[in-house]
Design a binder for this molecule. Structure first.
Ligand code: PLP
Length: 394
């Protein structure tokens, strides 16, 4: 394709790499010149089962020929099945479906406000954390604790207080009688793959319980096996009242979900919130195919092992390079923090057929499909070695 047309006709919202992929298969991507790449990004933690997953492809093809869309004015069987599966595998009792992570958070925050309006004298304040990322719609953007994303879009949604991440006492200090909810990522993704200290979520849970405040986990990036368990919170000592999912839930087919406990979900009634496409047949068939692939836990177990191997290889790499400061993350949500910008490393890797990503300017992010093998990781490491050596020689 003519990359100049991309720059000409599309709104200027993304800094794109000079490549157009046309086909994928498992860990591999192919560009329009037939070059092959190993994908250690998976569309930023989206295609967790790998590209062109047969189960997802078959479900989409079969459903597309039968029925794509009706409306949420009618019952949609795959939506109910997927909701049942999500509830059966989590703390939640009910699910609202939408199309993206931002929308899932939008629904979570609106649900918290409705809950506050109905149950806590109109409590509406939301406590969010610095460095967080929750999406680009106005409410999700407003709880995103990074001012670079706010520039030019103020005024933000009112009633939001931002406190430092991994500091539960700061949340306690920020509470008022009007606080409805705390929203937090169990591990900050876009903020630089930051794993909080082990007591953080349990302490937040305690503070929320003591003060009748809802706890919302944004598991858009960490959910669906990315960090080892199906949901990151399972190994972090405390469950939420509301949780959001998107990214890997449809293995690339757009779908988002807001999960909640019964008593919280009860704040929504017909007409309170909606989405035309939310949870349509195609999206939910994709979600069910993902659920089927994760259901017996074997892929999660394998991803946990390869994640530990990947992390060990990154630690060795760090020991060899002055520019590498820290290895971060859990499962297959991994980061290598550098002492300088990582954009050059991303470009270098792409030229050598390795797709990686950089977040928070200096953190190389690795979020491969959960099917990645040790052998594929072994192919990436020498390329990273060369990239870092090049960076250090400048
Ligand atoms: N929440 C988290 C934790 C994310 O990482 C992202 C996207 O990166 C979002 C929300 C927004 O998701 P979407 O881009 O699907 O709106």
């Amino acid at each position: 394709m003519d990359l100049a047309d991309s720059a000409k006709y599309l709104m200027n919202t993304y800094g794109r790499q000079p490549v157009a992929f046309t086909r994928g298969e498992g860990m591999r991507l192919f560009d329009d010149r037939g070059r092959e790449y190993l994908d250690f990004s998976a569309g930023i933690a989206v295609t967790a089962l790998g590209h062109a997953h047969p189960g997802v492809a078959a479900a989409l093809a079969e459903q597309a020929q039968r029925l794509i869309h009706t409306s949420n004015l009618y019952h949609i069987e795959p939506q109910v099945e997927l909701a049942r599966w999500l509830c059966g595998h989590s703390f939640a009792d009910r699910v609202f479906f939408c199309n993206s992570g931002a929308e899932a958070n939008e629904a979570a925050l609106k649900l918290a406000r409705r809950w506050g309006a109905q149950n806590k004298d109109g409590a509406y304040e939301i406590i969010a954390t610095a460095g967080s990322f929750h999406g680009r719609t106005m409410f999700a953007l407003s709880v995103t604790g990074q001012s670079k994303f706010h520039a030019g879009f103020e005024p933000l949604v009112p009633g939001i207080v931002t406190v430092p991440y991994d500091d539960a006492e700061a949340v306690e200090r920020a509470l008022t009688a009007r606080t409805a909810a705390v929203i937090v990522e169990p591990i900050q993704g876009e903020g630089g793959i930051l794993v909080p200290s082990p007591g953080y979520l349990p302490r937040l849970r305690e503070i929320c319980d003591q003060n009748r405040v809802l706890l919302i986990y944004d598991e858009v990036q960490t959910g669906m096996g990315r960090t080892g368990p199906l949901f990151a919170y399972e190994e972090m000592g405390a469950a939420p009242d509301i949780m959001t999912l998107a990214k890997a839930l449809g293995n690339g087919f757009p779908i988002g979900a807001t999960l909640a406990r019964e008593e919280v979900a009860a704040a929504f009634a017909p007409g309170a919130h909606a989405s035309t496409f939310g949870g349509n047949f195609l999206a939910c068939r994709a979600g069910l195919a993902v659920a089927a692939a994760l259901d017996d836990g074997s892929l999660l177990a394998r991803a946990r092992e390869t994640g530990a191997y990947f992390q060990a290889r990154l630690r060795e790499l760090k020991a060899r390079h002055d520019a590498a400061m820290e290895v971060r993350g859990k499962g297959l949500l991994l980061g290598l923090a550098l002492d300088r910008p990582g954009a050059g490393v991303v470009s270098f890797c792409l030229e050598r057929g390795m797709v990686i990503n950089c977040t928070a300017e200096r953190v190389l992010r690795f979020t491969p499909p959960l099917i990645v093998t040790a052998g594929e990781i072994d192919k990436l490491i020498p390329v990273l070695d060369d990239a870092l050596a090049g960076l250090e020689s400048k």
